[in-house]
Design a binder for this molecule. Structure first.
Ligand SMILES: NCC(=O)N[C@@H](Cc1c[nH]cn1)C(=O)O
Ligand code: ZN
Ligand code: ZN
Length: 499
């Protein structure tokens, strides 16, 4: 069996200690860089902030160049906004550090765009000023995903600073549109499959959280997502509700009825056929849920919500990971500011999404939803215009946990955190996971460093100093563990799915 020649000797624990010491000593510098990154309002959702996303991508490229990496900024073109205008997408980073044919090649994916955040949303600290309170680093993007991206870069930097050979070749794919559905990404992965990705052995994504506040996790699945926009329009301009209220079919009333028809009070999706293709639950899979350590009270506390739809650990985990869910996100055109405005909006757009699971199909899901909404709408006898569109969608992903990449990660987690990881799936969507697996047929793993209470997308997003610094050590240790793997094994053993 061929071993990757990676310069790892039997004294690798001494090597690890040397690297860990360096990381501990330089932790404040690593936090300072995270502070500089969080200060960039790289919100990919609001068109007015697109320049900041591009600036953030360029800052990341500078950091990679400083590491010694070769960096390509790939143009992704533009996309259409709902008002018909077209907007440039930020470039995508493809970078590489090391090209030794004797070493395995690991490609790291991350994103440097963030969800919107405003102090007025209820943040206790300014979302774009990384603020340390009781060992936690609060700020938008701290855990999703600037912290983990920097942890990976810090890990490589630590080898360089210590003049140690990095035992793997590193590749990076860093995007600026993940939070908006990874626009333009799939095309590039297809295009680069025979070039940039051709020599990649392993893909590592660190863009999710542990299941617990304390216990590390390794992730082998994520849900997909179909995002829907439902537009109802009565005319060209808003109307005075004193002059027209009571004599017209109001778009908002139609829209609320449509949105209200989607889910029942138990959380069940009411669209006919939605559950038809959901993978059936096997006895073997059932046992996986029973064996997982999961503190319902802790998870509830993290959410700030008093009661969940389900009471048992198994039901909760299954409804997060292996069953679809439907969430309503917002209404464009609705008057949402404080005060009273007695208007009838002429056009409103409702937004909701369906998290998909194996073996649901995106196009079947789209058709089911469109047909259902048209049926519900037709029963209202409204003369208004209904338009349903799908701005973005992504497929679910499940990997084979017996892949050697997972073995390497388990060992690295045990070394750094002193305990075995919880093997988990994630209820969120990482569009690139299934793209990597489908297109490249290589091993894909998600290795989170953030804890369950990191409040991704929320008003108190944070990463703890501990997790950021231990996460940096984890990635450095992973490089060493991957270098010890038997070569070429991964060709045989990826892409098998476990539902
Ligand atoms: N950190 C991952 C994440 O939050 N991903 C988004 C991606 C997405 C899916 N549909 C639109 N964006 C998520 O909401 O899961
Ligand atoms: Zn993310
Ligand atoms: Zn996110």
């Amino acid at each position: 069996m061929l071993l990757f020649e990676a310069g790892v000797s039997s004294s690798s624990s001494g090597l690890e200690n040397q690297i860990f010491q360096y990381i501990d000593l330089h932790q404040n510098e690593f936090i300072q860089t995270l502070k500089e990154w969080v200060a960039v309002e790289s919100d990919s959702i609001q068109p007015g902030l697109r320049q900041e996303v591009t600036r953030m991508v360029e800052l990341t490229a500078d950091r990679l160049r400083a590491l010694g990496a070769t960096v390509e900024l790939v143009k992704l073109g533009s996309h259409k906004l709902s008002d018909g205008q077209s907007l440039l997408l930020p470039p995508l980073i493809l970078a590489e550090l090391g090209k030794d044919p004797q070493k395995p090649t690991v490609c790291f994916y991350g994103h440097v765009d963030v969800q919107p955040a405003k102090k007025e949303d209820g943040w206790k600290t300014d979302p774009y000023t990384l603020t340390e309170i009781d060992g936690n680093l609060y700020g938008r993007g701290a855990t999703d995903n600037k912290g983990p991206v920097l942890a990976w870069i810090n890990a490589a930097e630590s080898f360089r600073a210590l003049k140690l050979d990095i035992p793997v070749n590193l590749k990076f794919i860093i995007e600026g549109m993940e939070e908006a559905g990874s626009l333009g990404l799939e095309e590039i992965i297809k295009k680069e499959n025979q070039r940039f990705f051709s020599d990649v052995d392993f893909f590592v994504i660190s863009d999710n959280l542990w299941l617990s506040n304390r216990k590390p996790a390794l992730t082998y699945g994520s849900r997909g997502n179909i995002c829907f926009s439902v537009e109802v329009r009565c005319g060209e301009r808003d109307l005075h509700s004193g002059s027209f209220g009571g004599i017209i079919h109001e778009p908002m009333t139609d829209l609320i009825a449509l949105l209200d028809s989607l889910v029942d009070t138990s959380g069940r999706i009411l669209i006919p056929g939605v559950y038809d293709d959901v993978a059936s639950l096997t006895e073997e899979e059932k046992k996986l849920y029973e064996a997982i350590e999961f503190d319902i009270e802790e998870y509830k506390n993290n959410s700030g919500v008093k009661k969940f739809l389900y009471d048992t650990k198994e039901e909760i985990l299954m409804h997060l990971w292996r069953y679809p869910s439907l969430s309503i996100h917002g209404i464009e055109g609705a008057f949402h500011e404080p005060g009273i405005k007695t208007v009838i909006p002429a056009k409103v757009i409702g937004k909701f999404s369906i998290r998909q699971v194996p073996h649901m199909d995106i196009s079947i899901g789209e058709h089911q939803v469109i047909k259902y909404l048209e049926d519900v709408f037709s029963k209202r006898n409204s003369p208004n215009k209904l338009k349903v569109s799908v701005p973005t969608s992504a497929m679910p992903w499940v990997a084979n946990i017996n892949d050697p990449l997972y073995t390497a990660a388990r060992k690295a987690i045990k070394t750094v955190f002193g305990q075995d990881p919880e093997m988990i799936r994630d209820g969120a969507t990482i569009p690139i996971a299934q793209m990597f697996q489908n297109i490249t047929r290589k091993s894909v793993m998600m290795l989170p460093v953030g804890a369950a209470d990191d409040a991704e997308h929320s008003q108190k997003e944070k990463i703890s100093r501990h997790n950021y610094i231990q996460g940096t050590k984890l990635f450095a240790t992973l490089f060493l563990e991957i270098a010890k793997l038997p070569g070429k094994l991964q060709e045989k053993s990826n892409t098998t799915t476990t539902n």
